[in-house]
Design a protein around this ligand. Structure first.
Ligand code: PMP
Ligand code: GLU
Length: 388
């Protein structure tokens, strides 16, 4: 048999998705394992959102193809949110509805020519690098580690720019370290985008999981709307990971191109799922506030528990629901995470999954119960104690 395409052979499976699935399988078999691996809120989707999807199935029933751009009422709600909360001058024709991960892939597919360089934070979310490779681009890691509080500075971006640079990927609050980029950082990066004629893809999926600082959308800055694709989604804010629902906002010339890729790949997001999205964006905000308050409390639980583990350097995250401590034991993070699973009964993601600068770290997701966080971190302490 002839080999499959090298661009697919050349990428790895998603470490977060794989480990998350493995952990759930182990738990289903009755094994004791604390799941601090995948970034998935453990809360149920709020009832009014589920009800809206049920109604759309029962009453309409919404079981047919819908517009590839997305339902008009959902795009109106997204445009209104983008204008009011983010200062992005969006109307419904600037919005495309698709699963968040697919929005990133759609944007990269539309923007990246073979050989184009895509700048991305290192450490950064696991899928930026493989997605860039899949569309024929060249991923360029930009240092964004402990030294700068996991913020990708304009100076580091400037140093990485070459004549082949086409796109800068931004993510604040960030995965894996929960860093919130200051406004001055965004302004500095925006200046570079304008000076060097670069596009920005801004992944804002953790916008609402914010404890300190202010969320800034780069598309709201001078001259940035026409060169920025803002990507967002429902998974984290509304505990809707399994619904596969997100959106992107971009200027119309970009939307016209990007929507062709949506039409030629997934056609549309199911209508009844989109109705759930309308309920999420226009319904009561109390459930989200309660979840964020609980994440905030869990951050304290996790920080306190980690402070009992010797040899860890812990950066206090300002957003998202991850901790990314550096450990001093001499063991690769992948080997350590395997030992943690077997001996410590705790699943965490190896820091190396997030890029070269992630080595020597562990990513701990605290989107889990307080007991799970305490027990899991104790497991980490026990195993590290044996190794050190
Ligand atoms: N961006 C980041 C930074 C993420 O952590 C994730 C994981 N949920 C995604 C995008 C993809 O989100 P979704 O599961 O909604 O496709
Ligand atoms: N983004 C989450 C994480 O990093 C979910 C899994 C994934 O899509 O990577 O754990």
């Amino acid at each position: 048999m002839r080999p499959v395409a090298s661009r697919v052979k050349g990428i790895q499976p998603s470490p977060t998705v794989r480990l998350g699935t493995l952990t759930k399988d182990l738990q289903a078999k009755g094994e004791r394992v604390e799941n601090l691996s995948i970034g998935e809120p453990d809360f149920p989707t709020p009832a009014h959102i589920v009800e809206a999807a049920k109604r759309a199935l029962d009453d309409v029933p919404m079981t047919k193809y819908v517009s590839s751009m997305g339902l008009r009422d959902l795009r109106e709600a997204i445009a209104a949110k983008s204008r009011q909360e983010n200062g992005i001058p969006a109307d419904p024709d600037h919005v495309i509805v698709a699963p968040t991960k697919h929005c990133l892939f759609l944007a990269l597919t539309a923007l990246v020519e073979a050989g184009d360089e895509v700048l991305m934070p290192d450490p950064g979310w696991v899928s930026y690098e493989p997605m860039t490779r899949l569309v024929g681009g060249r991923p360029v890691p930009v240092p964004a580690a402990d030294e700068t509080g996991f913020v990708m500075t304009p100076e580091a971006v400037a140093e990485a720019i070459t004549p082949r640079t086409k796109v800068v990927l931004l993510n604040s609050p960030s995965n894996p370290a929960g860093a919130v980029f200051p406004e001055a950082t965004f302004r500095g990066i925006a200046d570079l985008c304008r000076d060097h004629d670069l596009y920005a893809i801004s992944d804002e999926i953790y916008e609402k999981i914010l404890y300190e600082g202010r969320h800034v959308s780069p598309a709201s800055l001078d001259g940035m709307f026409e060169r920025t694709v803002t990507v967002h989604g429902f998974s984290k804010t509304y505990a809707m990971t399994g619904w596969r629902l997100g959106w992107l906002v971009a200027d119309k010339p970009l939307v016209r191109e990007i929507v062709k890729v949506e039409e030629q790949t997934i056609t549309c997001v199911p209508g009844f799922i989109q109705k759930a999205g309308v309920a999420a964006l226009t319904g009561p905000t109390a459930p989200v506030e309660a979840m964020v308050a609980e994440f905030r409390a869990r951050r304290e639980v996790a920080m306190k528990e980690l402070s009992n583990v010797p040899g860890l350097e812990i950066h206090r995250p300002s957003g998202a629901f991850y901790l990314f401590p550096r450990y001093d034991a001499r063991i690769p993070s992948l080997d350590l995470s395997e030992r943690l699973l077997k001996e410590g009964h705790v699943a965490v993601t190896a820091g190396s999954a997030f890029g070269p600068a992630g080595e020597g770290h562990l990513r701990i997701s605290y989107a889990a119960s307080r007991d799970s966080i305490r027990n899991g971190i104790r497991g980490i302490g026990e195993v590290l104690g044996k190794i050190r």
